[in-house]
Design a protein around this ligand. Structure first.
Ligand SMILES: N[C@@H](CCC[C@H](N)C(=O)O)C(=O)O
Length: 306
């Protein structure tokens, strides 16, 4: 076994993870172990695995990457794996769950203290602990997600097996790859005029969406309904569902929420979005240089593996 006997279960707005701390770098999991831990019937169950360790103990990082992370002040690293055992560069909800876990273990300050500089495969993410925030939750963290990159708006055609219609998708790189399709627009701005897929609530996202042209990296695919825009305050509200690479449908995806806000900003000019997913509500603020994601996290249990 290369996993510890005690693991924890946590989530970020319903995007759930099996988690463990590995401060001595002795528990690098195998793909089979990840699939077992995340199996909802035969294991503990989760969308992914989070190992909290130090950058120098992550086998796939180069010496240069470890040096860069340490030079940028990242003592701790979020080693994230999808439920199918694959590596992913980044997990937005995972950073919040990891920060709460670090706080409970005494590796991060309580709300009001120093932010955590958390290493990830997509660079250092800075997490600020806010405590309780009305409308968002009891253990809320704000993450500076860093720079975003987006492709040309609506350059991809998105379909879903056994669904009529299609939609146009926009590629967004949040460290990991996303294609975002706006399917419904309740603001009357015609943001979804090119979409003929069913409404966001009516999709079967157990079916993996297909994007054309095909992306070699594979992708996470987000489907969005724009609910309201307040031009006077520069804010908007939307609803989103997601099918994640290496997982399937999840109740929330932090990087997907950021990719959604980046896409909506490109389409509307509005950069401050409150987005509801099946697992909760989060706030995403985008400017030219970076994205900030604010949302809740929870640790719900401790499991002894037998
Ligand atoms: N749930 C995550 C994203 C996890 C990685 C993703 N499935 C991928 O393969 O890129 C999030 O909250 O961002």
């Amino acid at each position: 076994m290369s996993i510890p006997q005690i693991v924890y279960k946590g989530h970020g707005t319903g995007n759930d993870f099996v988690m463990y701390a590995d401060p001595d770098g002795v528990y690098e999991p195998t793909e089979d172990e990840i699939r077992f831990l995340d199996d909802r019937h035969f294991g503990v169950g989760g969308d992914g695995l989070l190992r909290l360790t130090h950058p120098r103990f992550v086998a796939d990082l180069s010496v240069e990457q470890v040096a860069d992370l340490e030079a940028a002040g990242a003592e701790w690293f979020m080693d994230y794996r999808n439920a199918d055992g694959s590596l992913a560069e980044m997990c937005g909800n995972g950073t919040r769950a990891t920060a709460l876990f670090a706080q409970r273990l005494g590796y991060m300050d309580a709300p009001g203290g120093e932010p955590l500089r958390l290493g990830t495969r997509a660079g250092v993410k800075v997490l600020t602990s806010l405590g309780e925030v009305p409308g968002l939750g009891r253990n809320v963290f704000r993450i500076d997600m860093g720079a975003w990159k987006a492709g040309e708006s609506r350059a991809f055609t998105v379909t879903i097996p056994d669904h009529d219609g299609s939609a146009k998708g926009t590629f967004v790189d949040m460290g990991n790859p996303h294609v975002v399709a706006v399917l419904e627009d309740r603001t009357g701005r015609g943001l979804a005029d090119d979409a003929t897929l069913p409404g966001v609530d009516d999709l079967d996202l157990t079916r993996k969406p297909v994007v054309d042209p095909v992306l070699e990296s594979d992708q996470n695919a987000e489907f969005v309904r724009v609910d309201a825009i307040d031009d006077d305050h520069g804010t908007g509200r939307a609803f989103m569902r997601v099918n994640e690479r290496g997982v399937g449908e999840t109740l929330s995806c932090g990087t997907g929420l950021c990719a959604t806000a980046v896409t909506l900003r490109k389409l509307t000019g509005i950069g401050d979005w409150t987005i509801t997913v099946r697992g909760g509500t989060l706030r995403v603020v985008v400017d030219d240089a970076h994205v900030e994601l604010t949302g809740d996290a929870a640790i719900v249990g401790k499991v002894e593996l037998l």
